[in-house]
Ligand binder design. Sequence first.
Ligand code: GLC
Length: 415
Amino acid sequence: MNQHTNPDREARSILIANDRGGYTIPTEGLYPYQWNWDSAIAALGFAQFDLDRAWTEIETLFTGQWDDGMVPHILFHQQDEGYFPGPDVWGCNGPIPSSGIIQPPIAATMTRKIWEQDTAFGDARMKALFPKLLAWHRWIMKWRLDEFGAVCTTHPWEAGRDNAPDWDNSMARMDASDVGEYQRRDTSHVNSEDRPTKFDYDRYIKLVQIGRKAGWDQQELLTLNPFRVADPTMTFTTLRAARDLLVISEQLGLDAEGLSADIEKLETGAHSLWNEELGSFDARDAHTGEMADSVSNASYLCWYAGIESDKMLERLKTTLATVPYPVPSYDPEMPKFDARRYWRGPTWAFMNMMIGFGLQDLGHTEQADQLRQKTGDLISGFGFAEYFDPKTGSPAGGKAFTWTAAVWLHWAGRA
Ligand code: GLC
């Protein structure tokens, strides 16, 4: 274990080094563009030492918003050959070259936190951002809900948990035999054993091809896209966003028609993801109705969404007591658990922080503190890696990672 003697300083310098002028890349090499939910977390980190820069991060993200309200998962502000698939593969026509899918909508929630911290200029900047945040929320309500009110992901990258076991059955049903030749770039930056497999990657690219062929027309994609999975990440983050937008609108006297109804609908959707047999919140294929049988770290975002669950709390207590570096992205007791392969086992500090926010909000202070403490030990002990082995703490993936640094500054490194 490599002790990091001044993690505060290290975290700040990571954010500054990954700053590309108005936006932050997740990490040099592997992820050289602006990612949607990474930026929302980055902003929380900046808020600890530069509030103005924190706002700018979110404002830059919204310069990429499409006319219909959609906010892309990647903004390709400048070309970089080190990443695939780039803007030429996505073929999108937004104001900034971008991907054609979204990511979990955590921007409203993180912006609310920055606004509450910024008593000097917060109101003015929030008022300017609010209509954009609301437009994105409405876009999600229009295009991503399933029949039960849960929110769907239309690409594994959209939920931000690329190769999670949640998608295995839905991916297995997809035919990607005609995907053609392409050159992955991720495995030239990091160990391929830690990354999604070729089977998965073929399907990621195939889904991009399908979207592009449809001109990213959401109406068409409702029928054309073979991958549509209602999932805890999208559902819980959208519900939380709706609650935060409502609070902001009330406090600033802004129009936010429909939000209360959205919250009710999303609450029903969130409860519909409860898998009684599994005893956990779970993902559900929207085409087949089949549950994924996956206990993931996203399952524990229920509190973040304001949803109480005694059973999830029991599960979390067990995990905190038995896994040295929780919360694993997939239940270590389940056969598909893989301690190093990305979203199939490893622990992600920013997910822990969001779980921690929820626990704190619903009064589970003891668990929130434990999780924060353990995440702090992980980062101060093993550094600012992209993610960590939940059993040994061993760091993996990209290094000097923006959101791990932000989590330290905003949450895990605070006594
Ligand atoms: C990976 C992660 C995703 C993240 C992106 C940039 O694709 O799965 O959640 O946003 O990298 O860090």
